[in-house]
Design a protein around this ligand. Sequence first.
Ligand code: 9MR
Length: 377
Amino acid sequence: MKLLITTCVVCLIIVLIGAIRCFADANVPALKDALAKAFLIGVAVNDDVVSGNDSQTTAIVEKQFNSITPENVMKWQFIHPEPNKYNFEPADRFVAFGEKNKMFIVGHTLIWQNQIPGWAFRDDSNNLLGRDAMLARMKDHIFTVMGRYKGRVNGWDVVNEALNDAGPLHKSKWVETVGPDFVQKAFEYAHEADPNAELYYNDFSLDKPAKREACVRLVKDLKDKGLRIDGVGIQGHWALSYPSRKDIEQFINAFAALGVKVMVTELDIDVLPSATQYMGADINVRFELQERLNPYVNGLPDEVQKKLADRYAEIFAVLLEHKDTVSRVTLWGVYDKTSWLNNWPIRGRTSYPLLFDRNYQPKPAFDAVVKTAQGSE
Ligand code: 9MR
């Protein structure tokens, strides 16, 4: 009897918590409504979100966002893992999810030097391909992937992270095999593959003058050659104090002047101490790094929570001031638990970069974005 009563009480509490949550959720405003007159608000999703395995996250995405980008499943490594073998299933699910929810669907990414298997640059004898053979392979990849989603994916990150921080192109396998005009060739093929899709160049640190100027040259060069480029995405892996408001504005103005759309494509704000000097370390192995580099294991202190909210408000205020140029802002993940920043640059940290917390609840940063958007109307 006692056991029965205890079980009933526990069940009642669970139901009550669920009801309170539902009521609270129903009262949470939607980012896509608050920003409707400004720009698209997107989010990077993984297969758990799209397939409904992580149903609470699915519900957040459906309610809050009007654009999606696949965090990984369209990258060469996943969608084209072996020669002549494509793995379309997760990407198909991603596109169908976006269509079902009438979202602006972004394809990420066609040509990048990371997350691409080594074979892609080599022939059967393991020798690096020459220019013509590599161009044929590039064209085949772009036509196959874009062709499958022709008319369904609205915009593509055609080339990702081709520039290094000092300006010139990375010495990547793309440059080594094709040459520096691989960027132009990618845009040429992408336009042929789906003439109606928007085409973007996407990179990080474009707020830094040397890289920004190099990117301006890259866009001008594409346009001078008569190639289509619709927009530039700045990734927005930012921190509490970087980049400055002025740097963000200079970036926006530089690309507005070229007549292309500007997007913040991978926004997250890191509140953890810089750990780049320990790149690749695992906090669960190197315990001595724990206290210094992973300080908020048990939750984010109120004052840091507030700093994060203020920072999100500041960034959205700048973007809203430039809403004629900014066409989309995409968060790089739905909630803190699944952010890539828990494992980069070192593994096993507890990170807080997004708008929803580990319990799927909107954070003060979320409220700050909504308030900033409502105040700007
Ligand atoms: O978030 C992505 C993470 O799951 C992958 O492990 C990582 C591998 O490089 O890529 C992450 O996404 C990157 C994006 O595709 C391009 N810009 C940088 C992003 C963060 O690394």
